[in-house]
Design a protein around this ligand. Structure first.
Ligand SMILES: [Zn+2]
Length: 345
């Protein structure tokens, strides 16, 4: 069958499964290579070796980002020395391309990359810049997000550099995560770039203190859904699940016992978001929103998707299996990995 016919009629199931298998093998191999030799690409297009974090959750080189890898139809066969496979190629437009086994097959199977790989982004951006309170759980949270993303074969770029929020740059990502960002951590132009990215079909995840930021920006408030008013001490509370079908709450018990710092919001987002999880204010001291107290939600913004959870304050929460499943679901919503109902309730 001609390529044009496959494009029109879809890839036959046998070929499709074969492509997935090839990709899976290529990516798992890629992951092992990158664990051994970790490179990233700076905004200037040059390749740098990643220095890792400083143990306090800060990227040591905040202006530099690890690059997502992708299948490269043009690059197949250029590099066939496995000892050099962890090097980056930098194209004139400044994008690093990581060649893997899949790309070496590309000349023979050129249509595979055209149809199955294209240049689809396969990475998430995690932003942790703080201009106010800084959570000591950021390092554990970043590590957990990397593990969750890897399970969905997504790379993670971690940065505290607001300069990445420029028009066009964010389209490299399937989702952007604001993790414990506080205060004035992004200027108005950055917020507009983020909003345009989401409205254009991108994904946004806000975690906990993402709601403790940019109080003067209605655009940012609409992305998150609501902003912090006050919070409790770290308490154990009961959180009723409101939508048991949603990826972010389907693995939680109907009334989830969880220890965290619980937020009150300046406004109740219900009506403009789909509330997934509430908290029962009778189960802990310090709540002030009344019986309808949302704690996690998702909503559609233009052609994009947003998820927010108020949880994740403590270091311990980032090794709690149920909380991690909650975050995994949120990442998947934002990344658009599954169709999901985020219509307001
Ligand atoms: Zn907190």
């Amino acid at each position: 069958m001609r390529l044009s016919a496959w494009k029109r009629r879809g890839i036959p199931p046998a070929i499709s499964h074969w492509i997935v298998d090839l990709n899976a093998r290529g990516d798992s191999e890629l992951g092992r290579e990158e664990a051994a030799e970790d490179h990233h690409l700076a905004p200037d297009g040059r390749s740098h070796r990643l220095e890792s974090s400083d143990g306090a959750g800060r990227a040591l080189a905040p202006a530099e980002l690890r690059r997502a890898r992708t299948c490269n139809p043009q690059g197949g066969g250029e590099r066939d020395d496995r000892r050099r496979q962890s090097s980056w190629h930098v194209q004139p437009r400044g994008r690093g391309v990581h060649f893997n086994r899949m790309s070496r097959l590309a000349p023979a199977l050129g249509f595979v990359c055209v149809l199955a790989c294209s240049s689809s982004p396969r990475a998430i951006l995690v932003y942790t810049r703080t201009a106010g309170f800084r959570h000591d759980s950021i390092p554990a949270a970043v590590e957990a997000l990397q593990t969750l993303a890897a399970a969905d074969r997504l790379a993670v770029d971690h940065t505290e550099d607001p300069a990445v929020f420029i028009s066009g740059r964010l389209h490299d990502y399937v989702a952007v995560v604001f993790l414990h960002t506080t205060g004035e951590m992004l200027d108005a132009a950055g917020v507009q770039a983020l909003d345009a990215y989401v409205r254009g079909g991108g994904g946004f995840v806000g975690i906990h203190a993402a709601a403790d930021a940019l109080y003067g920006s209605s655009t940012y408030r609409n992305l998150v859904g609501a902003l912090l008013l006050r919070h409790s001490a770290v308490e154990t509370g009961t959180l009723p699940v409101e939508d048991a079908q949603n990826p972010a709450t389907k693995d939680l018990p109907a009334r989830w016992q969880h220890t965290d710092e619980f937020y009150d919001f300046a406004s109740n987002p219900r009506g403009s978001v789909r509330v997934l999880l509430r908290i029962d204010e009778t189960s802990y001291p310090g709540g002030g929103m009344g019986p309808d107290h949302p704690m996690a939600w998702c909503h559609v913004i233009g052609n994009g998707r947003a998820f927010y959870t108020a949880l994740g304050h403590t270091i311990e929460s980032w090794s709690e299996p149920m909380f991690l499943e909650h975050v995994r679901g949120g990442l998947r919503i934002a990344a658009g990995l599954f169709p999901v109902d985020c219509t307001p309730n």
